[in-house]
Design a protein around this ligand. Structure first.
Ligand code: ATP
Ligand code: MG
Length: 592
């Protein structure tokens, strides 16, 4: 079904959006001017992410402002001011220095979402070492693999995680010199206690000269389509973090911002730590996991104004029913955004009706370091669309040939697709948070570029008004009887049926059609799986999508495989259906 545009009038808004008019903001934008809005290290010392995020604020009257409002699992809260965070992260930088860790060496964080995580992340950056966050849910093997790939010198974790996940592989990690444990407890042989190290360290630390091109972050991708890649980012990325927080997330002075992303995912760093702090807002730091009642309570009690979350989380709230939201005063909420997976239009509209503001989809990747395409506070929302490219970002859709390669013209330039035509979503290289390489995989990095563009590996189309629409990952797209089918279109349609909460759609080989569309659906609470329902869903999809695109068959699956960052792992559904090896499942949600 076609979803109506959600119009924004902007009139009478209590807080006028930062991006007032998309076209004029884009026309007047320059990265140089954006860079000029940051402070830079004193005495021309360069550009350091942590200095821009905390120290420059802490030095002025903002030192007293709450930077972090930390909620522990039991629900008690502790506030940390910008001044305190500056001192605590400086202490950690001093700890690294004391341990003989050199700039450029890698510090891994395998930590829950707590104030310590911020001190470790920012302190690492101040020391000009490289931060590499890991999902706390990883098992020992993926931890070993990433520490080996990244030559981890230090890992900071908790006693429990250490015992279960790091100790079993420590002998395989000769480069790993120091294990620091946060959270106190009995001394553990072979490790150091983070709390006492911080206490003994100096709260002042002078950040050394930092070249904007110095490596700052090593982020492993979500592993949705294969083996995770280690994307290298540099200090200059902070320019993108500042701009996207202001324009795409509409962060204002005085905002209370909540990013629910796992700290092991790139979103947990770019928008869980850096972007909000650079923009001087108060971050909600919730140690707990998803729980509908707790989340509504948090939004209300903390008077969250800007909320950044993921489609699966919104779908889970939707599944909990509008009753769960009733009785909660969400009137402080001004802007809701989501990332990581396609946001089906039904959720956008649900968000408007139940949360009071539509969810604003935006698109980016580990490789891009920051938001690239977004729906903005001031711009009409076309439910199901990812929005338009950020000011400063050149994005396009490129035509592909029958083998999936982008088409180049006689001069070697890539050919753009026409309005409405499907092709590969591509970005013009040169924005500050662009990855500078895949660690140890030069060839793979080079293969991401063609005809003057960075190729995202995602398929999309752009409508005549410049809105981008996600089709699917190039690896997931289904070719059936001459049609190119994006799984999202089919999944989104199935999710419009009241019995369905989530869907994963894949293509299975067929001698006649090439591939046939096959769907796995998760049913809403209380709905019974039955053959009648299956037929009803097939009919429902046929009516909306046509017989060529609708799934041939539907299977019920209450536990679709997800990555830790909340993405449906379609490649795993496919491997399981075909009885093939499952490949790299290190980021699978249920890995112990
Ligand atoms: P891997 O590269 O290891 O397969 P991954 O691509 O899932 O994993 P991430 O960098 O976390 O790793 O995810 C980026 C991808 O997530 C995008 O390329 C896109 O496929 C998907 N994605 C992100 N935002 C959106 C969105 N708003 N709509 C649709 N898909 C999105
Ligand atoms: Mg990817």
């Amino acid at each position: 079904m076609a979803w109506e545009t959600i119009h924004k009038t902007g009139q009478g808004a209590a807080v006028p959006p930062n991006l007032v008019d998309y076209d004029s903001e884009r026309a007047g934008f320059s990265w140089e001017a954006a860079r000029g809005q940051l402070t830079g290290l004193p005495a021309g010392g360069g550009l350091n992410i942590a200095y821009e995020a905390v120290d420059r604020h802490a030095e002025g009257p903002m030192g007293e402002r709450v930077a972090l409002r930390c909620l522990d699992r039991a629900g008690s809260r502790t506030d940390v001011t910008y001044g305190e965070l500056a001192a605590r992260s400086s202490r950690f930088a001093g700890v690294l220095e004391g341990l003989g860790v050199r700039p450029g060496e890698r510090v891994f964080a395998l930590m829950p979402r707590t104030a310590d995580l911020f001190a470790v992340a920012l302190g690492t950056l101040k020391h000009r070492a490289v931060l590499s966050p890991l999902f706390a849910a990883f098992g020992p093997a993926p931890i070993r693999q990433r520490l080996q790939l990244g030559t981890g010198r230090v890992i900071v974790t908790t006693p429990g995680l250490y015992r279960r996940k790091v100790a079993p592989v420590r002998d395989d990690l000769p480069e790993l010199r120091h294990v620091l444990l946060a959270g106190g407890g009995e001394p553990v042989p072979g490790t150091l206690d983070l709390g006492s190290l911080l206490e003994d360290a100096d709260p002042a630390y002078e950040i050394g000269p930092t070249d904007p091109e110095d490596m700052a972050l090593l982020h492993f991708t979500s592993g949705t389509t294969g083996t995770p890649k280690g994307a290298v980012h540099v200090h200059e990325a902070v320019v993108s973090h500042a701009v996207t927080g202001r324009l795409a997330l509409d962060l204002h002075d005085g905002d209370v911002f909540w990013c629910t992303a796992d700290p092991g995912w790139v979103t947990g760093t770019s928008y869980g730590i850096v972007s909000p702090l650079v923009n001087g807002v108060t971050c909600i730091v919730d140690e707990g996991e998803f729980d509908a009642e707790r989340w509504y309570e948090t939004l209300e009690r903390e008077a969250v104004t800007v909320w950044y979350t993921a489609p699966t989380a919104l779908r889970m709230l939707m599944q909990a029913g509008s009753g769960a939201a009733e009785g909660h005063d969400l009137s402080a909420l001004r802007f809701v955004a989501s990332v990581g997976e396609p946001l089906n239009p039904e959720v956008v509209v649900w968000s408007r009706d139940v949360l009071g503001v539509p969810a604003h989809d935006n698109w980016w990747q580990t490789e891009t370091g920051g938001i690239m395409v977004a729906n903005y506070a001031s711009m009409d929302v076309r439910p199901g669309s990812m929005g338009k490219p950020l000011p400063g970002i050149g994005a396009t859709v490129l035509r592909r040939d029958d083998h999936g390669k982008v088409v180049l013209d006689g001069e070697g330039a890539a050919v753009p697709a026409a309005a409405g035509e499907e092709g590969e979503l591509a970005l013009r290289p040169g924005w500050p948070s662009m990855f500078r390489g895949y660690l140890g995989e030069e060839e793979r990095y080079r293969s991401c570029f063609a005809g003057g563009w960075y190729l995202s590996g995602d398929l999309a189309r752009r409508d005549e008004d410049g809105y981008f629409w996600f089709i699917g990952r190039a690896d997931d797209v289904i070719k059936s009887a001459g049609h190119l089918i994006g799984p999202f279109e089919v999944e989104s349609c199935l999710m419009e049926h009241p019995a369905v909460v989530e869907a994963g759609v894949i293509g299975l080989p067929d001698p006649v059609a090439g591939e046939l569309v096959h769907a796995y659906v998760t049913l809403a609470a209380g709905v019974e799986a039955s053959d009648e329902l299956r037929l009803e869903l097939v009919g429902f999809a046929r009516k909306r999508l046509g017989a060529a695109v609708a799934p041939r068959d539907i299977a019920f699956d209450q536990h679709l495989p997800h990555t830790r960052s909340g993405k449906v792992m379609r490649r795993l559904l496919k491997a399981r259906a075909l009885g093939l090896p499952e490949g790299d499942v290190s980021t699978l949600e249920s890995v112990p």
